[in-house]
Design a protein around this ligand. Structure first.
Ligand code: CP
Length: 338
């Protein structure tokens, strides 16, 4: 794909070579993400960070990524502080905000809304999650993490064995990740969810069309016995009609150190897009896993900055100039744990 000026709305836009390009640029961002070097390549540029749904990681890491490239960030959070609450359309919002920004990141609770916004925007728009539909940058950072974790075990993404666990119906991160895995070869997927929250049939069909093996089950212990990655997800209670309905499924699939020790192979990597639901009735990834070296969830979140820096650099066509406008930092936080 031609990244320059492109909207990043769906994994469907990507081919395998595009993924390799994003990952190579993400690798090159490491000194800047670690704050060892500083670049001013996007000095004068403005990111419009428009989050109409709750977010910690995606919103802040998009903002950090843009700042680390030298740009500035303007934000809207929630509908109440936006004129959308006065009846303004997505079209008009996009026309206005794209006059104030060089690139826009947007999260919205309605599937397809970011695409609708992008059609009216005068600058590139990056999808930070639209309803239950997609979360393409999360899938890219997930796969970047999988690649790194597998490489540390001398393995590749091709031939990957992965269990996806939890709310696979409403979990947009697993929708995007499955679509991304279709670009690779010979992946074995085990999809673990309550029957009512199963992966949409169209995505399962897409995986099978790609030649992957797909097993659908409600049995967690048997599913995590022979996988490289156990990817847990939260029950997406914001997509249910009522909290009571979500409560029916909360806590159904819990992973803790005892279960891990009993059922998983020693090097199984645990991932989760976060937030993990740590309330007692859910506790989907127990805190007793926090010292497990194979718990990759915080490395995964860190990787979000690298991947989002790469996307900004590609979309704004400054990859080749990042180092030209760089220097070592005047300070270094030597106490910061990497
Ligand atoms: N993974 C993710 O999208 O997290 P946030 O909802 O905190 O952005």
């Amino acid at each position: 794909m031609n990244f320059t000026g492109a909207h990043i709305l769906s994994i469907a836009q990507f081919e395998r070579a595009d993924i390799e390009r994003v990952f190579a640029v993400a690798d090159s961002m490491q000194p800047y993400a670690l704050r060892r070097r500083v670049t001013r390549v996007l000095e004068g540029a403005i990111l419009g960070n428009m989050f109409f749904e709750a977010s910690t990681r995606t919103r802040i890491s998009f903002g950090c990524a843009f700042n680390l490239l030298g740009g500035e960030v303007r934000e809207t959070t929630g509908f109440a502080s936006s004129a959308i609450s006065k009846g303004e359309s997505l079209h008009d919002t996009a026309r206005v905000l794209s006059g104030y920004s060089d690139v826009i990141c947007m999260r919205h609770p309605v599937s397809g809304s970011v695409k609708e916004f992008a059609h009216a925007s005068r600058v590139p728009v990056i999808n930070g999650g639209d309803g239950e539909n997609e979360h393409p940058t999360q899938a890219l950072l997930d796969l970047y993490t999988i690649r790194k974790e597998m490489a540390s075990h001398g393995r590749d993404i091709d031939g990957l064995r992965i269990a996806m666990i939890g709310d696979l119906k409403y979990g947009r991160t697993v929708h995007s990740l499955c679509k991304l895995l279709c670009l690779f070869d010979n992946v074995q997927l085990t999809l673990v969810s309550p029957g009512e929250l199963a992966m949409p049939e169209a995505i399962v069909e897409q995986l099978r069309q790609a030649g992957h093996s797909v097993t659908i089950t409600e049995d967690l212990p048997q599913s995590i016995g022979h996988v490289d990655i156990a990817y847990s997800t939260r029950i997406q209670e914001e997509r249910f009609a009522t909290k009571d309905e979500a409560d029916l499924y909360r806590g159904r699939f819990r992973l803790n150190q005892a279960i891990y020790t009993q059922y998983c192979e020693p090097n199984t990597v645990i991932m989760h897009p976060l937030p993990r639901d740590s309330r007692a009735d859910a506790n989907e990834l127990d805190n007793d896993l926090d010292e497990n070296p194979n718990l990759a969830i915080f490395r995964q979140a860190d990787n979000g900055v690298l991947v989002r820096m790469a996307l900004f650099a590609l979309v704004l066509d400054v990859v080749e100039q990042v180092d030209k406008y760089a220097r070592d930092v005047n300070w270094y936080n030597s106490r910061r744990k990497v």
